[in-house]
Design a protein around this ligand. Structure first.
Ligand SMILES: [Zn+2]
Length: 245
């Protein structure tokens, strides 16, 4: 009797530990960028070979990026990270600068900022899974080295777990930011973070910058946080293949 109890208690403990390992838990702080990535255990600085700035990413996203950058280099494509984790404070700076500069009433200003920039607390750049590669100018990707880089990423990024959340709007993506050929996201972690975000973050959490009070009226969660293509099946498939290439 005693032995049975011990075994089952051990089994429960093991199950608990293994589920804790496979199901990461994220806090609202993680989801909304209210932390300093420098001192966050899950983050690491991007290798200086791939960025000339100090940029942080989640460790697993960084590891996958390095594999992708090495594969790209073999094909003559150079990948560098020009932006990675931006915490809420940084996003408040970006938002507030544009808010000061842009014209129109409050809602018009917010809509103009939202063509390319997120409301603080709603950016995928808070998550440590999303990076901007090589440039954030749309023109850069239209010809020459930029066009070749995009072509390579479009064909290969999925093998390393990366996808482009802000593809051209159309049947696969109906709403949200303008197309961003530079913005790539590490799906395995980002998808978990998105699910946690949908469960945990409410409009009451969106505060601390000019125009925050319009978040609900502007339908920010539905239009922008969810404004990415639905890739579940496709990407789960890729990961099974790409995990052991
Ligand atoms: Zn970006």
């Amino acid at each position: 009797m005693k032995i049975v109890f011990k075994i089952s208690a051990l089994w429960v403990l093991l199950m608990f530990l293994s589920s804790a390992k496979t199901l990461p838990t994220y806090t609202k702080t993680d989801l909304m960028g209210a932390f300093n990535p420098e001192s966050h255990d899950g983050f690491t600085a991007v290798s200086s070979r791939y960025s000339n700035q100090t940029i942080y990413m989640r460790k697993e996203a960084h590891e996958a990026f390095i594999k992708m950058a090495k594969a790209a280099a073999k094909d003559g494509i150079s990948l560098t990270v020009v932006s990675g984790t931006r915490n809420k404070d940084r996003q408040v700076e970006i938002w507030s600068n544009k808010w000061e500069r842009f014209k129109g009433d409050d809602v018009e200003k917010a809509e103009e900022i939202l063509l390319y920039s997120s409301m603080p607390g709603t950016s995928r750049h808070h998550w440590g899974t999303d990076i901007d590669i090589n440039s954030v100018e749309p023109e850069f990707f239209e010809q020459g080295a930029g066009a070749k880089t995009y072509e390579w990423l479009d064909a290969n990024a999925h093998k390393f777990g990366y996808f482009q959340p802000y593809i051209k709007k159309g049947s696969e993506r109906k709403k949200g930011y303008r197309e961003e050929k530079w913005h790539w996201s590490y799906y395995p972690t980002a998808n978990q973070l998105l699910k946690a975000y949908q469960r945990m973050v409410t409009y009451q959490d969106i505060t601390g910058f000019p125009g925050a009070e319009y978040a609900q009226e502007l339908n920010i969660f539905d239009r922008f946080v969810q404004g990415i293509p639905d890739l579940n099946e496709e990407y789960n498939g890729f990961f099974q293949v790409s995990k052991n290439p």
